[in-house]
Design a protein around this ligand. Structure first.
Ligand code: S3P
Length: 442
């Protein structure tokens, strides 16, 4: 392992992966725990919170808005402690812009948090975040009565002007997005009447599961979620389980690296998040999950995975994409090692993630000498069993954490060292990714 200014050399793992690992707290649940605690009356107790740049963006934002945060680093690397929310006083008018960094979840959820209050807050972000579409959030919130300045602008920086007299709405979301669903439901908590969000496919449901813990009743079914306001959040205790999206990298590494056999413990087994285990199974991989219990309403347990020599391609239908939305890059890398073609249907949303992940997957697989192409919104990968890593392979992470880990895996589980540009973007969601995986291969 050697670090240069921007290129990191990643060497093949010296041994198969063996044993147990636990992954840091779930990013989506951590953001929600921090934001909901800030909205609540009283002091919430949080543990297992992910300590990463993205969650730090949410923590900084709620502090700037008047929540009292006393989270401390724990020996296992997580954050735990109290957050005293603003409750019925509402957030305070922030001094200066709120910098959401790289975090789309922070920016989009905050719009829903701020919409019901008489505040004006400018939301800003890094270069990647300022390119990402915000109209999907501003459109329903404007229907509810919030305003955004400058008018007509569709990207950050944007100033949200909240309104204490929001209207409840029923909204048919044009895409399956948990960020959009959450922003609308959070605003709906303070609107008069029932706010309903219908979605074209089921997106992750952490908000619907966590709001009742804070005393707000939600009703949820397959593709719809509602909240009836005005209601208020009261402090509670949240224990955050491990992040399945981080676990996916360890699981895929075990599937790809000969003779490996691992289990990841204490990981969220929320079905809206572990679609990747199903996709791997459909490729013939030996992966299994075991339920151990629930933190609040969030199920958690073990994911086990073994090396599989005879992977084969599969088709992932459009309605299953939301459950693997963050795992498509690493699943595409696994597909690159499988016999036959793998198709991911309707993955157009990947174009508007931290970077255009669709284009980046095709580009990165090309570096590996693997044929991948996009047809409409479908991604095709033509696998090559026995794939050899080309000497001197250089991947560009585009400063996108999930691409950085995907291309690092090509080196870790491959036959020759690779270089990954801006590997340090792993700090967004999984800062100790490399040490966790190297520990399993000792
Ligand atoms: C997230 C939802 C997903 C996901 C993102 C986190 C969330 O985004 O890609 O990493 O915490 O709600 P979309 O809502 O845009 O699908």
């Amino acid at each position: 392992m050697s670090h240069e200014a921007i290129h990191t050399v990643v060497n093949p793992l010296p041994a198969p992966l063996h044993g147990s690992a636990s992954v840091p707290g779930d990013k989506s649940i951590s953001h929600r725990a921090v934001l909901f605690a800030a909205m609540a009356e009283g002091t919430s107790r949080l543990s297992g919170v992910l300590d990463s740049e993205d969650v730090r963006s949410s923590i900084r934002a709620v502090s700037q808005l008047g929540a009292e945060v006393s989270l401390e680093k724990q020996p296992d690397g997580s954050l735990a402690g109290g957050i005293t929310g603003w409750g019925s006083r509402g957030p305070k008018q922030p001094d200066g812009a709120i910098d959401c960094g790289n975090s789309g979840t922070t920016a989009r959820l905050l719009m829903g948090v701020l919409a019901p209050w008489d505040v004006q807050a400018e939301l800003a972000g890094d270069e990647s975040l300022t390119r990402r579409p915000m109209r999907r959030i501003t459109a329903p919130l404007m229907k509810m009565g919030a305003r955004f300045l400058p008018e007509g602008r569709e990207t950050l920086p944007l100033t949200i002007c909240g309104s204490p007299r929001l209207r409840a709405i029923t909204y048919d979301a044009p895409m399956a997005s948990a960020q959009l669903k959450t922003a609308v439901l959070l605003a709906g908590v303070y609107a008069d009447g029932t706010t309903t969000l219908n979605e074209p496919a089921p997106s992750r449901n952490h908000t619907e599961l966590m709001l009742p813990e804070f005393g707000v009743t939600t009703t949820a079914a397959e593709r719809t979620a509602s909240v009836t306001g005005p209601a208020r959040l009261t402090a509670c205790e949240v224990r955050v389980p491990g992040d399945p999206s981080s676990a996916a990298f360890l699981v895929c590494a075990a599937v790809l690296k000969p003779d490996s056999s691992i289990q990841v413990e204490n990981v969220s087994l929320n079905t809206a998040r572990i679609g990747f285990t199903r996709t791997l199974e459909r490729m013939g991989a030996e992966v299994s999950v075991r339920h151990m219990g629930a933190e609040g309403k969030e199920p958690f347990g073990l994911i086990s995975a073994c090396y599989t020599s005879n992977l084969h391609g599969c088709e992932v239908p459009a309605e299953k994409i939301a459950a693997i939305v963050d795992e498509v890059p690493v699943l595409a890398l696994v597909a690159a090692h499988a016999r036959g073609v793998t198709v991911f249907r309707e993955v157009g949303e990947l174009r508007v993630k931290e970077t255009d992940r669709l284009a980046a997957i095709v580009e990165g697989l090309e570096v590996l000498g693997v044929d991948a192409w996009i047809d409409g919104n479908d991604l095709y990968v033509e696998g090559q069993p026995g794939l050899h890593t080309p000497e001197g392979a250089l991947f560009d992470s585009k400063m996108d954490h999930r691409l950085a880990m995907t291309w690092a895996l090509a080196g870790l589980c491959g036959t020759a060292p690779v270089q990954v540009a801006h590997f340090d973007s792993v700090k967004i969601s999984y800062p100790r990714f490399l040490s966790d995986i190297e520990r399993l291969a000792r």
